[in-house]
Write a protein that binds this ligand. Sequence first.
Ligand code: FES
Length: 168
Amino acid sequence: MAQNGSNVTRRQFLTYTLTGVGGFMAATMVMPMVNFAVDPVLKKSGSGDKVKVMKLSDITTEPKRVDFKKQTQDAWYDFEETLSAWVFKNDKGEILALSPICKHLGCQVSFGADPTHPEQFYCPCHFGRYTKDGVNVPGTPPTKPLDEYEMQEKDGFLYLGKPVERGA
Ligand code: FES
């Protein structure tokens, strides 16, 4: 039934209105769920971000342990994690930042902790050893070199990203 020259009947008006309101209500319920499920996949990972850790002028040939905090995203969660790196210059003057996580079973390595091998990284858990540049010593439990941090030098400071497996 059209009234006052309008081409929309009462039935059509109710159909359009209820469809519109129903669609809006469905969208308000469904969109947060879709966003929750898809958002972390589409978001750029924060793991590529680097953190300022120390002055370049403080880096010597003697490995120094540096602890730093980094904002990390793990799927749906953002959290701050504390990381460590052994930072030094190698014989060529190149800066290395090595992860202290032993590649055998994940204990923490230290530089010069074994008095019989003062120029190596040592893991006390199973007597694992690595040369100064982080390469695993054959005949000791670790079978891979220590991971190396992504790094960047900028404005006189060293920035570190995430540890990366060598040769990966
Ligand atoms: S965890 Fe390092 S040697 Fe086993």
